[in-house]
Design a protein around this ligand. Structure first.
Ligand code: NAP
Length: 443
């Protein structure tokens, strides 16, 4: 059995792992439009989260398996069409994840100074396809959202550049962060502390910088019956609430930067003529079941930049139906469904493109297992691909497409680690795409 997986992030790699464990004779090619593997672990996890990056060690073992090939720098739908893959593989699993920002339809959202968190994360993680520079000129900044991405963005904005220097941030990111004049970062949750989406460890980390004072504003620290039920039902929510209540009760000390947490404030307008000069929020009240309604009380916050961290969104996939509201491909247990509800043979989905951008990296495994089970039930052990593994690479060469390989990635990996060594850093990321390809290609 020969299977193509599109997307070399955790979802794609776990799918390859589970498939090759289940069918020892199966071979898998994992394509990625980036020259490097690991998807959001390399380009989504914050640089000061090395523990999460340790998942890379487990994923590395999977990609080291000779039955699994990494084929990078190949954009599905552009460089290779779905029907071309059909010539070489029995099935294609789409595991492209979600890397765009969910839209926030409020006036002023397009003003300069209004940013999507995913773009900012891509910048500080050195993604090759985003602008190299980022305007960090605001002294007061708003972050919208109460999930882990909002926490990442608020933390990276509030910390001093030198606190991040020991991490793998690219040099240009460190240089720009050094110039940031920020003094106050305000994080706004539209609902109460009982409805946060943060996880406790990530929330706690906000308070670990010696330069940042975390201030919980007491006005929104309210709970209704729905909040109490959620706190009782979910230990992680209770832990977050306990942390927030402790912070709300303490007396702030003077530090260079303040990180304010506001609850029950929903964004309604980004203010400014030609650039962001403020954010207007409407105070919310809990309705009893954990949802909120506006009170008609508005506050204008004096900020010069607004980051929305209200969730990720997937990109539509060549040739496949796409539910724009959920940002997912319609499926039945991982089998892609057409608009008529019928299965599209040979097409499967796994990860965030399948279930939406929720859950931690480990949750992707269960999801991959379901997809692999469906695929194996549809292709019961028979070998149908009549081509040789070398044929795909020959096809790419004929099309003039330069691809990167697993061996190439290992070369680039060593190079980045070497770049960091003299400075006592874990690595220094290479950012330009062509540089990554060139370093990967040296023999
Ligand atoms: P998320 O967890 O879904 O959080 C989105 C937040 O945005 C929620 O607080 C939501 O509030 C709010 N929001 C949505 N629409 C809004 C609107 N129109 N106005 C104001 N607020 C709005 O999404 P995420 O933070 O992007 O994270 C995605 C996934 O990645 C999560 O599973 C997360 O845990 C994971 N992640 C993990 C880590 C880590 O482990 N370190 C780091 C980053 C991301 P409501 O609840 O009211 O809708």
């Amino acid at each position: 059995m020969r299977v193509a997986i599109v997307g070399a992030g955790p979802a794609g790699i776990y799918t390859a792992d589970i498939l090759t464990r289940a069918v020892p004779t199966a071979t898998v090619d994992i394509f990625d439009r980036l020259p490097t593997p690991y998807g959001l672990i390399r380009y989504g996890v914050a640089p000061d989260h090395p523990r999460i990056k340790e998942i890379i060690t487990a994923l590395h073992h999977v990609l080291d398996d000779p039955r699994i090939r990494f084929i990078g720098n190949v954009d599905y739908g552009v460089d290779v069409k779905p029907e071309e893959l059909d010539q070489f593989y029995d099935a294609t699993v789409i595991a492209t994840g979600a890397d765009k920002d969910r839209e926030l339809a409020i006036p002023g959202i397009d003003l300069p100074g209004s940013f999507g968190a995913a773009d900012f994360v891509s910048w500080y993680d050195g993604h090759p396809d985003v602008p190299r520079d980022w305007p960090l000129t605001a002294t007061r900044v708003a972050v919208i959202g109460a999930g882990n991405v909002a926490v990442d963005v608020a933390r990276v904005l509030a910390k001093t550049a030198d606190e991040l220097l020991e991490t793998e941030i690219p040099d240009n990111v460190h240089q720009r962060l050094m110039t940031s004049p920020v003094t106050d970062v305000h994080l706004f949750s539209r609902r109460g502390p009982g409805q946060v989406k943060f996880t406790p460890q990530e929330l706690r980390e906000l308070d670990e910088s010696p330069n940042v004072e975390v201030i919980v504003h007491p006005e929104g620290m309210e709970f209704d019956e729905g909040s109490l039920a959620r706190i009782r039902a979910k230990r992680s929510v209770k832990m977050c609430v306990d942390i927030l209540q402790n912070w709300a009760a303490r007396t702030p000390t003077a530090r260079t930067r303040n990180l304010h947490l506001h609850f029950l404030e929903a964004p309604v307008e980004i203010l400014g003529q030609g650039r962001v000069t403020g954010l207007r929020t409407e105070t919310q009240e809990l309705t009893g079941d954990g949802s909120v309604r506006g009170t008609g009380v508005y506050t204008d916050w004096d900020v010069q930049a607004v980051y929305r961290a209200i969730g990720y969104l997937s990109r539509p996939i060549a040739d496949l139906p796409f539910d724009a509201a959920t940002g997912t491909v319609p499926h039945d247990a991982g089998r892609v469904l057409g608009l008529d509800g019928d299965r599209i043979p040979g097409r499967y989905v796994s990860g965030w493109i399948k279930r939406g951008p929720v859950g931690l990296i480990g949750h992707t495994k269960k999801d991959a297992s379901e997809t692999v089970a469906s695929l194996l039930a549809d292709l019961p052990g028979k070998q149908t691909a009549s081509t040789h593994p070398a044929d795909m690479l020959a096809h790419l060469a004929r099309r003039g497409i330069t691809h990167t390989t697993w061996a190439g990635w290992q070369q680039l990996d060593r190079h980045e680690i070497e770049l960091g060594r003299p400075h006592g850093r874990t690595r220094v990321k290479v950012v330009p795409r062509q540089d990554m390809i060139d370093i990967s290609s040296v023999r």
